[in-house]
Design a protein around this ligand. Structure first.
Ligand SMILES: Nc1nc2c(c(=O)[nH]1)N[C@H]1C(S)=C(S)[C@@H](COP(=O)(O)O)O[C@H]1N2
Ligand SMILES: [Mo]
Length: 301
């Protein structure tokens, strides 16, 4: 159950890099599955209208990129409805002391699940503001005890063409892969999300567990994760494999580095009419710029 305060007890909903909203919520598990309740506060539907900066839940859960369920923005909400995420396991391997197969409840400490409102910027120049539920990725990685050779963390999405119709086509090389440098993975802003808008993660948004890296383009936030590997070498990533000239390993949101086919200077927030300026590192510059101090971001895009 997610124990929610009444909406009027929610003190701070300002989405700024300085005041990242951390509303801790208890997230308890019942019989190995996460269970949510909306009994206490229906803010998932009301909050968005009260606070314009949060993207409407209906938009965030029906305008998706999840190519395993089709390339149209409205394909995932339609074709992921029967996606079976019960008894989910994550295989952990590589440079760590505790490899093996883990159930979600082994990796996620139920009483540290918290809600965080993050800006989310897709490389296609649209954006959203989402209240996620999850834990810092670092809290999971620390349990797995990476060793000193672990310089990167690689993630894979489930590969199951029977359930994921998009995997019957070679739009991308499956399974979907992503990766982070270990300092990026351990950064306190990096989150493993298990829900949004106070509810368990909808299938189309990456149930049951997905990454959220708010200063990077959306495609780094890999959905429906089944494996975590610690590696010494930079791991291959799906979009980089598909078009290396267009999608680099880092993919930090950067208005000064254009995609070869379009500008990254502006974005349209879903639900808004007018575009707004894209911020360096998606507005999280103060928190993350230090990790890239010695790098030329035009080369390491
Ligand atoms: N497995 C997988 N993860 C994925 C994708 C995908 O196609 N497959 N799309 C990415 C892209 S491009 C974006 S913008 C975000 C979209 O997340 P959302 O649908 O929750 O907004 O998911 C990312 N994670
Ligand atoms: Mo994206």
């Amino acid at each position: 159950m997610i124990k929610k305060k009444n909406r009027w007890e929610v003190s701070e909903t300002d989405v700024t890099p300085e005041k990242i909203y951390h509303q801790r919520r208890k997230f308890m598990q019942t019989s190995g599955a996460f269970c949510t309740t909306m009994l206490l506060s229906p803010w998932g539907s009301t909050w968005a209208s009260l606070n314009q900066s949060i993207t409407g839940e209906a938009d965030a859960t029906s305008y998706n990129n999840f190519y395993e369920f089709g390339t149209g923005k409205d394909d995932p909400v339609k074709s992921a409805q029967n996606f079976d995420t019960s008894d989910w396991k994550i295989m952990v391997g590589g440079e760590c002391d505790r490899p093996g197969e883990y159930a979600l409840e082994d990796l996620i400490d139920s009483n540290v699940v918290e809600e965080r409102i993050y800006r989310f910027r897709c490389v296609e120049a649209w954006s959203m503001v989402i209240p996620w539920l999850g834990v810092p990725l670092a809290s999971i990685l620390n349990k797995l005890a990476p060793n000193s050779r672990a310089r990167y963390v690689a993630f894979k999405t489930l590969h199951d063409p029977r359930q994921m119709p998009g995997q019957n086509r070679s739009t991308l090389q499956w399974p979907y892969r992503e990766g982070l440098r270990i300092d990026e993975a351990m950064h306190p802003l990096t989150m493993m999300a298990v829900g949004m808008y106070g509810k368990t993660m909808p299938n189309q948004n990456g149930a049951p567990i997905r990454l959220v890296v708010p200063w990077k383009y959306g495609f780094k936030s890999i959905k429906s994760i089944v494996s975590i590997d610690f590696t010494e070498q930079q791991p291959p990533t799906s979009w980089n494999m598909a078009a290396a000239r267009e999608y680099g390993f880092y993919s930090n949101v950067n208005p000064e580095v254009n995609h070869p086919r379009w500008s990254q200077k502006k974005e349209r927030r879903i639900g808004d009419i007018f575009k707004q300026k894209t911020l360096m590192f998606n507005g999280y510059e103060e928190e993350v710029a230090g990790m890239y101090e010695d790098m030329d971001l035009h080369i390491n895009f």
